[in-house]
Design a protein around this ligand. Structure first.
Ligand code: AMP
Ligand code: ZN
Length: 113
């Protein structure tokens, strides 16, 4: 998707602070962190949102959770962390390239923002 912000980040057309990358997944620091650790994990393939996940593209989504666990382990997040994906307007999704927020480094309330 040529006009997608996160596709541009993957291609390096917009700068980002990379945390992890492999063939199918890219992870980078959120530009407006809401916790001391706030990382976005995204598939390199453009998928707009959670409801567009299906049996042909879901392998990368399960891989994202492996990557989240690896990043958390490598960063020593032994106190815990949260992985969350906002889907659609009511959840506050602002970028329509599916992404998973990895949040940690403080006590996280349940009803945030
Ligand atoms: P959401 O509101 O769930 O769609 O999350 C979108 C996230 O993308 C927000 O937390 C933003 O701070 C983050 N964001 C937007 N633009 C950038 C950017 N250029 N680099 C890193 N993070 C960004
Ligand atoms: Zn995209």
């Amino acid at each position: 998707m040529s006009d997608c912000l996160f596709c541009k980040i993957i291609k390096g057309e917009i700068p980002s602070t990379k945390v992890y990358e492999d063939e199918t997944v890219y992870a980078f620091k959120d530009i407006a962190p809401i916790a001391p650790v706030h990382i976005l994990i995204i598939p390199k393939e453009h998928i707009s949102k959670l409801e567009d996940v299906n049996e042909t593209n879901s392998a990368v989504i399960s891989h994202i959770f492996e990557v989240a666990a690896k990043i958390a382990k490598d960063m020593g997040l032994t106190n815990g962390y949260r992985v969350v994906s906002n889907c659609g307007e009511d959840a506050g999704q602002t970028v329509f390239h599916i992404h998973f927020h990895l949040l940690a480094g403080r006590k996280l309330g349940w009803e945030e923002q």
